[in-house]
Design a protein around this ligand. Sequence first.
Ligand code: HH2
Length: 276
Amino acid sequence: MHWQTTRFRIDLSRPRVMGIVNVTPDSFSDGGRHASTAAARAHCERLVEEGADLLDIGGESTRPGATAPDPAEEAARVLPVIEAALRLGVPVSVDTSEPMVMRAALALGVDIVNDVRALRRPGALACVAEHSAAGLCLMHMRGEPNTMQAQADYGDVVAEVGDFLDQRAAEVMAAGVAAERIVLDPGIGFAKRPEHNLALLRRQRELVTRLRRPLLVGWSRKGTLGLLTGRAVHDRLAASVAAALAAVHHGAAIVRVHDVAATVDALKVWQAACGD
Ligand code: HH2
């Protein structure tokens, strides 16, 4: 299986690590740490040195309760960082739902649009459909970050997340986007309680089998890991690595992580022990 993106056709025969670069003042685990352009650019370089296969650059915190920044502010945060990241030799993704930001990032040559709202903002789908080569990640969420936890009611969360991703991928393909450009994400922590997140992990194979598209999964430092371990957000490295390995073991193609070096090492061992 491959993921077709603007400059790279990513081979997914081995698991890939997407390093997170949050150019935000308020992200849940690293808000403010890479908020300046210089700090974020240095962080991109560091993650590539640590072995990141991809970089995901975002200017909006989507933690529960967050409100979206003004699009011009979001663009000002991410564009200079993307511009520098595009010189590092790995695929670069922009983590945004905002068509104006997508359009500007695509004009710079960004490889992937990662949208936690799955291109549901007006104009987002049209914008991505116009760029026939860029890769896409479509994620499951309900509502908005400031309201989503009130919508965490499911009969069968795995079936309902699968229905959404299946339908959304079909709608995006109907707009002219090739299947090989699309990767899907169950949206760990987005409108979900811990039991939902854990069901999505334990039964992740069902999604992989049903959706027949590569799965990207983000467990890094998230609240369910805090609940399982009793650890605060900055002390969830071991828990995050374990969750990334479990996700890969259950068929994830790409893991989205803050702690790249540790995840890369763990995956090397996992690959030797359990990989093809
Ligand atoms: N999680 C976050 C943000 N973007 N994108 C995808 N595809 N999947 C995810 O699970 C995902 C995502 C939230 O994590 P983080 O970026 O660390 O925090 P914040 O949104 O507070 O910046």
